[in-house]
Write a protein that binds this ligand. Structure first.
Ligand code: UDP
Ligand code: MN
Length: 341
């Protein structure tokens, strides 16, 4: 329908073009002829089709142009938040703008129990290379074994804080209780020094730029396993007794990466933690723990920026035509070894 409407509109414009074109050609040719230009615009697919016809012969030339930098993927949510894909942005422009604004980023990561030896060093070394290059960054590492955190060489404008946390006996609680710890550190420290916060799982490795283009007021990540499947497959919490219960949603977000301004991450972590506490009182646990609560929160409070799965890709999935670059990858995982104490 939209395609048709645009056609009618543009045909009227085309007549003006033809008249001018005709005068030009009349000066040079004995037999006058016309060119007809027609435009078909399909905003949804990001395509303009130019149709050029000449009155001299029956031939028609069609020119296809993409006015969106990525027409193979969804680049905008229904509430007009950008979905960030490779090819959609100029990294230098983003870096310059954030430098001028004085943006600074706190990164939170948990390495409790066996996750410390297994992942932390690779995570931090790779983030030194790829995470928010050119911006001031503070790493907040939460662990039950601070003395075991190995020194890493930090580039200028970067600092590392190691904070001791208790080790919950269940891995589900280690994962869920991160919400409370993140909220507390934002309140006591981060809000005074840093404009933005990004929260990461530790079992991943940066493999490409994860830069200032990812910053926004409220940032969520499309889960690598669900970005291109029908909504019916999303694994939202399905227990009406849980605070995380939801029937409909926009996307399936991955809890391994989320971020935003300190204020919005504080609101998110506070709300998820409260929901987790209510569930505990009712003796229920959401299907995918903190991730289920995060999905519920982001359904009720839409993110202002969404990251494509380039920003957290599982290489086991293999090649996908629309994943042109991977910026952060899932590290190999032996659950049986990691989760037994
Ligand atoms: N975590 C941890 N120790 C544990 C369990 C979890 O440090 O024993 C932290 C760690 O940062 C991890 C995150 O909680 O990346 C989420 O857990 P996990 O990565 O195992 O969840 P999955 O990604 O498999 O859903
Ligand atoms: Mn993980």
């Amino acid at each position: 329908m939209l395609l048709f409407q645009c056609t009618v509109f543009v045909v009227v414009l085309s007549v003006c073009v033809c008249v001018r074109e005709n005068q030009l050609i009349l000066n040079k040719c004995n037999t006058p002829f016309f060119f007809f230009f027609q435009f078909l615009i399909s905003p949804k697919n990001g395509v303009i089709i130019f149709i050029i016809k000449s009155s001299r012969d029956t031939s028609t030339t069609m020119v296809f142009c993409c006015f969106r930098s990525r027409s193979d993927v969804l680049t905008c949510t229904p509430w007009n938040a950008p979905i960030i894909w490779e090819g959609m942005f100029d990294p230098d422009l983003y870096d310059r703008a954030h430098n001028e604004e004085g943006t600074s980023v706190a990164l939170t990561v948990f390495a409790v129990g066996r996750y410390l030896d297994a992942y932390l060093k690779t995570f931090l070394n790779s983030s030194e290379r790829y995470f928010m290059p050119g911006l001031p960054v503070a790493y907040y590492v939460f662990t039950d074994l601070p003395e075991k955190v190995l020194a890493i060489r930090l580039t200028p404008q970067r600092r590392l804080r190691i904070i001791k946390v208790e080790r919950h006996s269940r891995w589900q609680d280690i994962s869920m209780m991160r919400m409370k710890t993140i909220s507390d550190i934002i309140e006591s420290e981060i809000r005074h020094y840093y404009t933005h916060v990004f929260c990461f799982d530790v079992d991943q490795v940066f493999t490409g730029r994860f830069g200032s283009e990812a910053l926004g007021d409220s940032v969520a990540l499309l889960h690598a396993y669900y970005y291109n499947v029908a909504k019916a497959f999303y694994t939202y919490d399905n227990n009406p007794k849980s605070q995380a219960y939801m029937e409909n949603g926009d996307f399936y977000y991955h809890a391994a990466v989320f971020g935003g301004s300190w204020k919005s991450v504080k609101a998110l972590t506070d709300s998820c933690y409260q929901s987790i506490l209510v569930d505990k009182e009712r003796n229920v646990e959401a299907l995918w723990h903190d991730e289920s609560h995060l999905n519920k929160y982001l359904w009720l409070h839409k993110p202002s920026r969404v990251l494509s799965p380039e920003y957290c890709w599982d290489p086991i999935i293999g090649h996908r035509y629309n994943i042109r670059i991977t910026r952060l990858e899932w590290a190999p995982k032996n659950y049986a070894q990691l989760r037994t104490s």
